[in-house]
Design a protein around this ligand. Structure first.
Ligand code: NI
Length: 129
């Protein structure tokens, strides 16, 4: 069989907007892909999160839609759509969104969203969409 006759595999792009349209609840991240032991998660958040840190890993925030403020103990960063920020491991941080913001999070599989704390914002892990 020549190459032109070979069966073509279908590959599908992962579309963030399409994934986000599948749910409307806030603060519960959904996994859309994995790369080695890292997960890519989409999430909607609005309002104030809790101060926390991740002792073992950095955490990447990529804003897809809206505006996100991330407070740290010695300053803060404002992120708009198309911008990203990496919170270094062990750095206390508190995300805040005045209006709903849609994010892509990148972090290792199994990371708890509230870091070393457990509270009403603690969400389930490994929810795929
Ligand atoms: Ni965090």
């Amino acid at each position: 069989m020549s190459n032109s006759q070979a069966t073509q595999q279908t590959y599908r792009a992962i579309n963030f907007a399409d994934k986000l349209a599948l749910f409307s609840d806030q603060w519960q991240a959904r996994v859309v892909a994995e790369m080695n032991d890292y997960q890519f998660k989409v999430v909607r958040i609005e309002g104030d999160f809790v101060w926390h840190q991740h002792a073992d890993t950095d955490e990447t925030f990529i804003v897809l839609d809206g505006q996100l403020r991330i407070d740290m103990r010695d300053g803060f960063v404002m992120l708009s759509a198309g911008e990203m920020f990496v919170v270094p491991k062990g750095t206390e941080h508190k995300p805040f969104a005045e209006r709903e913001v849609k994010l892509l999070l990148i972090e290792p599989r199994g990371v708890k969203n509230t870091g070393d704390e457990t509270n009403e914002r603690t969400a389930a892990n490994d929810l795929w969409i």
